[in-house]
Design a binder for this molecule. Structure first.
Ligand code: HEM
Length: 424
């Protein structure tokens, strides 16, 4: 149960030991109530402000002029490690390519308008609702197959067996990678994603090799689509044009990589958290079985409840005041979506998982700012299919052990979930 008795001086959002046990929602409740703009202790680097209230996070996210994604110093994530070396390399790379000349030179999540808006318009020409809808039959076939296989196996670890393959399949399917290339692509993709969790740590050489191989593969794909256009997203991306400018092969490779890293883990962990929530609330799983039209509402609640991407960070470009705190240019603000989605000012009984919840204006995909998740439609499609197929095929999800959580303060995830799926 949530309490608001946590001591402010105990709060350390860098502490992975804490997150490994669970998202410290009692800390966030205390912050929302008493310290909505909280100066986080740090060892070095610029001042870090933790924002925990829904209204503030939404406002700061929209105010990109004063809260920049491009100047986030090393990464838009990371509370503790300011990776100066990587940041300097990034700045040098950007300086080498004027954004005016090549709007596709950056990685969109680390760009600000107007360059970001231009880039986003370009990729949105390919990343259309139609492109996403076209994937439905393939995603359904893959998902149903994985669930049936898990049922047949009996005792399974749901995360690697069922939750993990679907998002990677969906991305490779969308881009139009041939079926026979996918096992290799998955191996590279998993090496690219890596994780701060030691269980998934990747040898730096394997990571580098995967980056190179992945880029070579994407480059060949881009060349192929230029020569032989098809009805797939890779072709749409290569052909899309904004102000007379098209995506270079290099930019295509970078975008391919961003999609893989942004789309794979987040969707996997949402599925895993959703299954765990339904194990803990068997009556709600039964309700989905009785009335599958509840699935879309349940998916929104799973997104709110899990908030798999817990925060993003912005860099302040201009002094301003918020709740009496003086925020200065050069400081960082951290937008804790995980806290906003439990804000009692916005959600009734926020610590209760309730698939009937309405309204549910969660911000698991970000709020209305320029970076609102590009893949939200694809993620929702995958999640809806997953929970529809589970409700149709499985009578009961029997837990066979405790879930094992990811060791991360950025991704809220369950990495192992031993279960037995009893067939319907
Ligand atoms: C449940 C799964 C997902 C969650 C929770 C999630 C969450 C997020 C969040 C919080 C942001 C940043 C929003 C902001 O700062 O305002 C974001 C951005 C983004 N996401 Fe997702 N995401 C998910 C799935 C996906 C998928 C499947 C894809 C693509 C295949 C994807 C691609 C992107 C991209 C490209 C951006 C950057 C957009 C930009 O900078 O304009 N995401 N996502």
């Amino acid at each position: 149960m949530q309490t608001t008795t946590a001591d402010l001086s105990d709060i350390d959002l860098r502490d992975r030991d804490v997150f490994e046990q669970g998202v410290p929602h009692e800390w966030f409740a205390r912050l929302r109530r008493d310290a909505p703009v909280f100066e986080h202790p740090i060892d070095q680097g610029p001042r870090i402000w933790i924002l925990s209230r829904y209204a503030d996070i939404t406002a700061v996210s929209a105010d990109w002029q004063r809260n920049s994604s491009a100047e986030a110093n090393g990464s838009i994530r990371g509370l503790d490690e300011v990776d100066e070396e990587r940041w300097q390399a990034e700045v040098a790379a950007r300086a080498a390519t004027s954004v005016d000349e090549d709007v596709t030179a950056g990685v969109m999540i680390m760009m600000d308008p107007p360059a970001h808006s231009k880039y986003r318009r370009l990729v949105s020409k390919a990343f259309t609702p139609r492109m996403v809808t076209l994937l439905e039959p393939a995603i359904r076939r893959i998902t149903a197959g994985l669930i049936d296989q898990a049922i047949a196996e009996g005792e399974v670890d749901f995360v690697p067996k069922v939750a993990e393959p679907v998002p990677l399949m969906a991305i490779t399917e969308m881009l139009g990678a041939p079926e026979e290339d996918r096992p290799q692509l998955f191996t590279w993709a998993n090496r690219l994603i890596g994780s701060e969790d030691p269980e998934f740590s990747i040898d730096p050489r394997d990571h580098e090799n995967a980056v190179t191989s992945f880029h070579q593969y994407a480059a060949a794909m881009a060349e192929d689509r230029r020569a032989n256009p098809r009805d797939d997203m890779a072709t749409a991306l290569i052909e899309a044009e904004i102000d007379g400018q098209k995506m270079s092969t290099d930019a295509f490779c970078r975008f391919f990589r961003l999609l893989t890293s942004a789309g794979a883990e987040s969707t996997r962990y949402t599925t895993a958290s959703g299954v765990q929530a339904l194990i803990e609330n068997p009556d709600q799983f039964q309700a989905l079985r009785d009335d599958p039209t509840l699935v879309p509402n349940a998916v929104e609640e799973i997104l709110r409840w899990a908030t798999p991407v817990m925060y993003f960070r912005r860099a302040v470009t201009e002094d301003y005041e918020l709740h009496g705190k003086q925020i200065r240019a050069g400081d960082k603000v951290v937008l804790w979506y995980a806290s906003a989605n439990r804000d009692e000012e916005v959600f009734d009984d926020p610590n209760t998982f309730n698939i009937y919840r309405t309204p549910n204006k969660h911000i698991a995909f970000g709020s209305g700012g320029p970076h609102f998740c590009l893949g939200s439609g694809l993620a929702r499609l995958q999640l809806n299919i997953m929970f529809e197929e589970l409700a149709a095929r499985v009578e009961r999800i029997e837990p066979l052990g405790d879930p094992v959580r990811l060791r991360s303060n950025f991704m809220n995830g369950i990495k192992h979930l031993p279960v037995r799926l009893h067939p319907a």
